[in-house]
Design a protein around this ligand. Structure first.
Ligand SMILES: CC(C)(COP(=O)(O)OP(=O)(O)OC[C@H]1O[C@@H](n2cnc3c(N)ncnc32)[C@H](O)[C@@H]1OP(=O)(O)O)[C@@H](O)C(=O)NCCC(=O)NCCS
Length: 163
């Protein structure tokens, strides 16, 4: 394990965060999206209190969450994204970010974190399984990515400490 710090994301991190986001999209197994948002779009869509970056000499990964519903009963259910610089993968960075996100969300009373993952994204599936997420099910051929229908595996982690 290398010496990596996890801290809150700020607007000064925007360029690195979006570059890492784009690199993940370019890999083809992260999302149906093909182009990273602008910072304004990113900023508008993510909850400010649960945005984290991993840093060694520079930002090497990030995690952030979006609300899943405007209904009050689902206020504690969020959807997350986690992206690590290709040059920093396989060193436990995503796990650090995910564990920090779980701590941050649980401290704020968020009870469920969910995500959708392409079936081909073995790194993400492994990461989430190890961090305590379970598979809800598979959405078959739910949308097209570069013209190809793809399955999405729905994952969730229900906090055991929020009862
Ligand atoms: C998925 C991603 C975030 C993982 O980041 P990472 O920092 O390399 O992951 P970690 O090093 O923390 O590894 C977490 C677990 O996944 C495993 N893993 C990592 N890369 C793997 C790979 N290519 N194949 C299989 N398992 C892999 C690790 O061994 C580890 O499991 P372990 O605890 O049993 O050893 C990274 O590959 C990425 O940014 N991908 C593009 C964006 C993306 O797909 N995000 C997720 C969208 S749902």
């Amino acid at each position: 394990m290398v010496d990596i710090t996890v801290r809150p994301m700020t607007a000064d991190d925007a360029a690195r965060v979006l570059a890492i986001y784009q690199a993940g999209l370019d890999g083809g197994d992260a999302s149906f999206e093909t182009t990273a948002p602008t910072w304004a779009q990113f900023d508008a869509g993510k909850l400010p209190e649960h945005r984290l970056v991993a840093v060694d000499r520079t930002v090497i990964g990030w995690v952030a969450v979006s609300p899943t519903s405007t209904r009050a009963v689902y206020a504690g259910v969020v959807e997350h994204s986690v992206y690590v610089d290709p040059a920093a993968r396989g060193r436990g960075v995503a796990r650090l970010l995910l564990d920090a996100l779980i701590a941050s969300t649980e401290a704020a009373g968020v009870w469920t974190i969910q995500s959708g993952v392409f079936g081909e994204n073995t790194a993400s599936l492994r990461l989430h399984q190890r961090a305590g997420f379970r598979v809800i099910g598979v959405r078959e051929r739910v949308a097209r990515h570069h013209g190809r229908w793809r399955d999405v595996i729905l994952l969730e982690r229900r906090s055991p400490v929020i009862t």
